[in-house]
Unconditional design. Structure first.
Length: 125
């Protein structure tokens, strides 16, 4: 029988996957194409890698009960890990080396449309 901690972890994982799928669909409706989902490296993970034209967007998806709480959930340490993971993604995909890049966030809350934050942070963060 799973422990309460394991059940909570499983529920959080499912919520994250669902939020990432909603975010990807929302961005697709805005003209972005998904290049990768849940891309993992030893230095960090990128929830979504999207492309629109000559722009590669690394997207952090945050799901919380309220959008305000989701907005506050991207912490400085996490930003550094996302930037490091983005550098690893670019190294693994040299065909995108000449593209512009940006770091966005998509905030997801129950009963609300996702909120897309363009240029949520810079690589120097």
């Amino acid at each position: 029988m799973p422990t309460a901690k394991a059940a909570k972890r499983t529920a959080a994982f499912r919520l994250g996957v669902s939020a990432e799928s909603r975010a990807a669909l929302f961005l697709a409706a805005k003209g972005y194409r998904t290049l990768a989902k849940r891309w993992k490296t030893p230095v960090g993970e990128i929830d979504l890698v999207m492309r629109r034209g000559a722009l590669i967007v690394f997207v952090e998806v945050k799901a919380r009960a309220k959008l305000d709480a989701a907005a506050e959930a991207v912490l400085p340490r996490q930003k550094k890990r996302i930037v490091a993971a983005a550098e690893a993604w670019l190294a693994a995909h040299p065909e995108h080396a000449g593209y512009d890049m940006r770091f966005d966030a998509v905030l997801v809350a129950p009963g609300r449309l996702p909120q897309h934050i363009v240029s949520a942070f810079e690589a120097e963060s």
